[in-house]
Design a binder for this molecule. Structure first.
Ligand code: NAD
Length: 487
């Protein structure tokens, strides 16, 4: 493991990737990347300045016309080669993600599979970009509708899924014929650097994808977003940052996609199959140590089954092993940093102060590393902070309810609308939930919904636009309608 670890870390480039070349940041600035399981530095890499950011945009703009004119089949084949090579290097990428982000190795392997699927899916979508041709209703002309790449894109990704969030944006952008600048989170930039080196290896032309890693995201991003040559901003991250980027993007009426925060309800009706619900709860809550926008945040459970549900999840949680993600059998790795631990701690304390009962966990784990015990809270009172804010940690909060109306009201009682989970064996009730829940995605008797072939995205403050599915490539295309006379 130690040998693999050094080899994997050494293989990651340290520079910025601009115009097909790896270079140092201006003024030689560097930033440190740490392993959250130990708090130790694992690598130093270039820390871009605003001038580096603009150089990356220049490169994306310069490469734009040629890439847009590259046949779709060729663009797709590049993505397919990237899929094949990433799949072959699955172990290396998984280890790298575990080292910089902390998730258990088995989950990191799962992310490589999921992240690679976007490359395969969009390699197949590239040749299917279509238009239409037909008579206008008056019979006096022909309507021609064609699709065109939107142009240079700026892609901003979060730290929690370092690979999948990058491929979910890069793959559709390239498939559509767009060039890009990508800015990964400063906490987990290594996976993006390694992935772009892989793209270079499979024949990515210079300037088509450029990477800026930086500790000063706001300063580097704003001039790029305000530059009129930029045509698209795709952001995944928190709702407050998304809001401020939308304000910046408004100046240039920039096309935007926003994958923002969530506050997913997980509703268990009295007629649910509890084996299924408990299994799904463990995935929906504890995958990625609770640090997922799709993580179930509020377990809304019918009073008839709340006690049994809580007892069963508590037993499962007590059996979870805490430790570095690289260790075999570990289910709960470290949280990303001290702030994440402090947030989980504050939300648990607030819930307990308002009357919730801790059935297990509820404390930070003494250092090194930034660990928090997997935790179950029952009888969480309405008005508790944990029901309003994403906990982004391994804390399962149970709120009891009495009837279907109340369940729907509680589920929808949030500014977010990314994903919801519902457990019932009553088909008609399931259909009513599809109609009534304010959510971009719904898991009906399942605890994980993400799939490269499906449109991922939220309602309300959870965002704008979709990633994945046929919808995912449309985000990077613009429509042109041409009227021609009756021939
Ligand atoms: P964040 O908003 O702090 O950061 C996201 C990205 O934005 C990072 O690359 C960061 O460096 C950058 N950033 C921060 N401030 C910026 C600024 N002023 N200008 C430009 N860029 C800036 O979010 P995070 O803590 O990295 O990620 C967690 C959040 O992401 C959670 O709210 C989670 O729900 C959300 N998320 C959403 C999805 C989704 O698909 N909807 C997926 C994963 C994570």
């Amino acid at each position: 493991m130690t040998e693999n670890r050094s080899a994997v870390l050494e293989s990651v480039p340290e520079g910025l990737f601009i115009g097909g070349a790896w270079r140092r940041a201006q003024e030689g600035r560097t930033l440190s990347v740490n392993d959250p399981a130990t708090g130790q530095e694992i690598k130093r890499i270039a820390d871009a300045t605003p001038a580096d950011g603009m150089a990356a945009l220049d490169a994306a703009v310069a490469a734009g016309p040629e890439w847009a004119a590259t046949p779709a089949r060729q663009r797709g084949e590049l993505l397919r080669r990237a899929f094949d090579l990433l799949t072959e290097r699955s172990e290396e990428f998984a280890l790298l993600m575990t080292l910089e982000m902390g998730k258990p190795l088995a989950e990191a392997r799962g992310e490589v599979t999921y992240g690679a699927e976007f490359l395969r899916w969009f390699s197949e979508e590239a040749p299917r970009i279509q238009g239409r041709y037909g008579p206008n209703p008056e019979g006096s002309g022909r309507i021609v509708v064609s699709q065109h790449p939107v142009g240079p894109c700026f892609l901003i990704t979060p730290w929690n899924f370092p690979l999948a969030m990058a491929t979910r944006k890069i793959a559709p952008a390239l498939a559509a014929g767009c060039t890009a600048v990508i800015k990964p989170a400063a906490l987990t930039p290594l996976t993006t650097l390694a992935f772009v080196a892989l793209l270079e290896e499979v024949g990515l032309p210079a300037g088509v994808v450029n990477v800026v890693t930086t500790s000063t995201s706001g300063e580097v991003s704003e001039p790029i977003i305000r530059d009129p040559r930029l045509r698209k901003l795709s952001f995944t991250g928190s709702t407050p940052v998304g809001r401020s980027l939308l304000e910046q993007a408004a100046q240039g009426v920039l096309r935007t996609s926003m994958e923002l925060g969530g506050n997913a309800p997980f509703v268990v009706f009295e007629d649910a199959d509890l084996d299924t619900a408990v299994e799904a709860a463990m995935l929906a809550k504890f995958r990625n140590i609770g640090q997922a926008c799709t993580a179930a945040n509020r377990f809304i459970v019918h009073t008839a089954v709340a006690e049994e549900f809580t007892r069963r999840v508590t037993e499962r949680v007590q059996a979870m092993r805490i430790g570095p993600g690289t260790q075999e059998g570990v289910a709960i790795g470290p949280l990303i940093d001290d702030r994440a631990v402090a947030k989980a701690e504050a939300l648990v304390q607030d819930a307990v102060a308002r009357g919730a009962h801790l059935t297990t966990g509820g404390h930070p784990v003494p250092g090194p590393g930034t660990f928090y015990e997997p935790t179950v809270l029952s009888g969480v009172a309405h008005g508790s902070d944990i029901l309003r804010e994403e906990v982004f940690g391994p804390v399962l909060a149970v709120v009891p309810f009495e009837g279907e109306e109340e369940a729907v009201r509680l589920a929808n009682d949030t500014e977010y609308g990314l994903v919801s989970y519902v457990f019932t064996q009553d088909l008609a009730r399931g259909q009513r939930m599809i109609e009534r829940l304010e959510t971009g995605m719904l898991g009906l008797n399942v605890g994980v919904v993400s799939n490269a072939a499906a449109p991922f995205g939220g309602w309300k403050s959870s965002g704008l636009g979709r990633e994945g599915g046929a919808e995912g490539i449309a985000e990077y295309l613009q429509t042109k309608y041409t009227l021609t006379p009756d021939p």
